[in-house]
Design a protein. Structure first.
Length: 261
DNA sequence: ATGGCGGTGGAGCACCGA
C-alpha cells in the first residue's frame, strides 16, 4: 500500500482555497504540509477542509507566515515550537502521523526591508532560527523513529537550483552563512527525497509573481522533503508539479510530492 | 530583484515575499 505526501507553499490558504480544493480532490494526497498559510485559526478554512476529507493542525499568525498539516488519518502529538526556537513567528509544526514524526517548516527568508537594504536583522533571525532548528532536528533524529521533514527552506542549495546564480550570489538565499546551515541540516541522517529520483539540474519549485518569471522560466528550487535514513527504502517516487504554476490563481510555489510505501 | 505581482490589513497605501 502506497501513500502520497505533498509539501506546498500556498502563499495564503484563503486565496488558494479554490486551487487547493481542486488539488486535494483530484490527487487525494494522504498528508499535506502547507507553508505561508497567512492566517489565524479563526479565519482558517477548517470546515471546507473537513468536507474534503481532511483534518488539519495549524500554527498560524495574522497576515504572515503560518504552517499547517492536513491529513485524512489522525494527526496527534502536535508541537508548534521546539526548544530554543525564536518564538515570534509561526514557522514550525510537527505531528505524529501513523508511525512517522512529520515536521513542516517555513524557514525565514532573511531579506532586508526594501527601504532599508543595509538592515541585516532579518538575516540574523534566519541564521539564529536555522541554528536552533538544526539542533532540534539532530535530537529528534537521534530518537530513532521514522521522520519526514518538508517545507520551504529559503535556500538555493547549489548554483544549478536557480536560473541565474549571479543574480542571487551573496544574497540571503545563497550566502555562505545560510549555505553552511543548510549543509549541516543535509548532513544529518536524512535523504533528500526529490534528489533520490531526480539528479538533473534546473528543477524549480518557485517562480516569482513579478517580472514574467514564469514565462521566462526564471525559477528557483526552494522547497524540499527529507526522510530519515530508515524511511529511504520506502520511497517510491518524488516530483514537482510544475504544471500548477500555470493554473488559474496560482501560488508562486508548486507542490513537491513524495510517494511512500 | 523590483515600478512592473499578489497577498494582507483595513479602508490609503504600507509592508511582505524572494
Amino acid at each position: 500500500m502506497s501513500c502520497l505526501l505533498m509539501s506546498w507553499n500556498v502563499a495564503s490558504i484563503r486565496a488558494r482555497m479554490g486551487l487547493l480544493s481542486q488539488v486535494l480532490s483530484t490527487q487525494q494526497p494522504d498528508i499535506v504540509l502547507l507553508q505561508e498559510v497567512k492566517t489565524l485559526p479563526e479565519q482558517f478554512p477548517w470546515e471546507q477542509l473537513k468536507d474534503l476529507g481532511y483534518q488539519a493542525v495549524l500554527s498560524g499568525e495574522k497576515a504572515f507566515n503560518g504552517v499547517a498539516i492536513l491529513a485524512k488519518e489522525p494527526l496527534t502529538e502536535v508541537k508548534t515550537a521546539f526548544d530554543d526556537m525564536p518564538q515570534t513567528q509561526a514557522r514550525f509544526i510537527q505531528a505524529r502521523w501513523h508511525d512517522y514524526t512529520v515536521v513542516c517548516v517555513y524557514v525565514p527568508n532573511g531579506a532586508p526591508p526594501m527601504n532599508q537594504p543595509e538592515d541585516t536583522s532579518r538575516l540574523a533571525y534566519k541564521l539564529a532560527w536555522f541554528d536552533a532548528f538544526n539542533a532540534y532536528m539532530k535530537t529528534l533524529l537521534a530518537e530513532g523513529r521514522p521522520v519526514i521533514l518538508g517545507g520551504d527552506f529559503n535556500v538555493i542549495a547549489q548554483p544549478t537550483d536557480v536560473y541565474n546564480p549571479d543574480v542571487f550570489a551573496g544574497g540571503v538565499l545563497m550566502c555562505d552563512e545560510v549555505l553552511e546551515r543548510f549543509d549541516r541540516l543535509q548532513k544529518l541522517p536524512m535523504v533528500n527525497a526529490l534528489r533520490c529520483f531526480h539528479k538533473e539540474p534546473h528543477l524549480y519549485s518557485f517562480w516569482d509573481f513579478q517580472g514574467g518569471a514564469w514565462q521566462r522560466n526564471n525559477g528557483i528550487l526552494l522547497d524540499a522533503v527529507f526522510v530519515s535514513a530508515d524511511v529511504k527504502d520506502r520511497l517510491q517516487d518524488a516530483y514537482l508539479q510544475k504544471e500548477l504554476r500555470a493554473a488559474e490563481k496560482p501560488s508562486d510555489h508548486v507542490p513537491l510530492c513524495v510517494k511512500l510505501n
